[in-house]
Design a protein around this ligand. Structure first.
Ligand SMILES: [Zn+2]
Length: 79
């Protein structure tokens, strides 16, 4: 699921580690769309980018601590 024809993601914020994967908030430098990146150091060939609305990206950015973990767990279960 790509946001545009030439996706190129840059890191905005590292969100942490839960559900066995690392989570980053990233932004596409081609079209400006936000995405949530899931990756694991144990499977570096499996990196997923889920498109985020601006609202969803703001929600992750504003979250802290336990709230952020819960957001990530919910995202993991829903996607
Ligand atoms: Zn894009």
């Amino acid at each position: 699921m790509d946001c545009c024809g030439n996706p190129a993601f840059e890191l905005e914020e590292e969100l942490g580690h839960t559900e066995g994967v690392d989570w980053d908030l990233v932004r596409c430098t081609s079209c400006g769309a936000h995405a949530l990146r899931q990756w694991s150091e144990y499977a570096s060939d499996r990196i997923f980018h889920d498109p985020l609305t601006t609202e969803e990206a703001d929600g992750f950015r504003r979250s802290e601590g336990r709230e952020r973990i819960l957001l990530l767990k919910r995202w993991y279960n829903d996607h």
